[in-house]
Write a protein that binds this ligand. Structure first.
Ligand SMILES: C[S@@+](CC[C@H](N)C(=O)[O-])C[C@H]1O[C@@H](n2cnc3c(N)ncnc32)[C@H](O)[C@@H]1O
Length: 219
């Protein structure tokens, strides 16, 4: 089983310090929600983000959305060979049941995340998504993998196909991909750093590459 963690993801509710910013207040009003109940999104809250520490990388739920759509719809997931987790900048972990069908529509995805932050599980009966407060290292310890790989543009360069073979050689490998647009991991991450290309890639490209190349050796 391959465990995939999208780590230090820039997924959070609007922080209190910018909840009264006009960009946030107007956006929340349009959506019929309170400012502190909406997910921070750089495409809508750009001017407010300038007031936040790390404002140039925060508010990127779209990265999580695309990574999750790709991972959950993959053949590896359909074949029961994948578990996906999202770790956020505020040290929350989202556990996702493999049978989850995420909304393709981005605004509906935001609504789902807002409901998850509020209720901690969605939907109440099936509990397909569950949110817990947890650091990245606590999550890794809980999963108990036989090897941890950190996808990093500064890591050992490996062809995606070769990396797929390496992954397939373990019982329970865990791969960490950064769910942020710029910079480096904020969490302490222990593991073998691997690069799949000589230039930085988008997180969802890395997710696709590692899953399809893992499939190549295990299906
Ligand atoms: C958009 S990148 C992070 C930002 C990147 N450091 C930059 O400043 O462009 C998102 C994640 O994709 C993964 N990644 C990016 N480029 C990679 C590469 N060449 N090889 C392997 N993983 C990569 C890493 O896990 C990284 O945290």
């Amino acid at each position: 089983m391959l465990h995939l963690v999208i780590a230090d993801s820039e997924l959070e509710l609007v922080p209190q310090s910018i909840a009264d910013h006009p960009a946030v207040v107007n956006y929340a009003k349009r959506r019929g929600k309170k400012p502190e109940e909406v997910v921070l999104d750089s495409s809508y809250h750009h001017s407010a983000l300038r007031k936040l520490k790390d404002g140039d990388r925060r508010g990127r739920p779209d990265i999580v959305h695309i990574c999750l759509l790709n991972a959950l719809e993959s053949i590896a997931n359909k074949e029961g060979k994948l578990r996906v987790y999202v770790h956020t900048r505020n040290d929350e972990v989202i556990y996702i049941k493999p049978e989850t069908r995420l909304p393709r529509n981005y605004n509906r995805f935001l609504g789902l995340m807002e409901s998850l932050f509020k209720n901690k599980v969605v939907p109440q009966d099936l509990e397909l998504l569950r949110l817990e407060e947890k650091t990245l290292s606590e999550l890794v310890e809980e999963i108990g993998p036989d090897e941890v790989f950190v996808m990093h543009e500064g890591g050992e360069l490996m062809k995606p196909r070769d990396f797929g073979k390496v992954l397939a050689g373990f019982e329970n490998p865990l791969v960490i991909v950064g769910g942020f647009p710029h910079g480096d991991f904020r969490s302490q991450v222990e593991g073998k750093k691997v690069s799949l290309y000589h230039e930085p890639l988008m997180a969802w490209t890395v997710v696709n590459e590692l899953i399809t190349n893992f499939e190549h050796w295990v299906l």
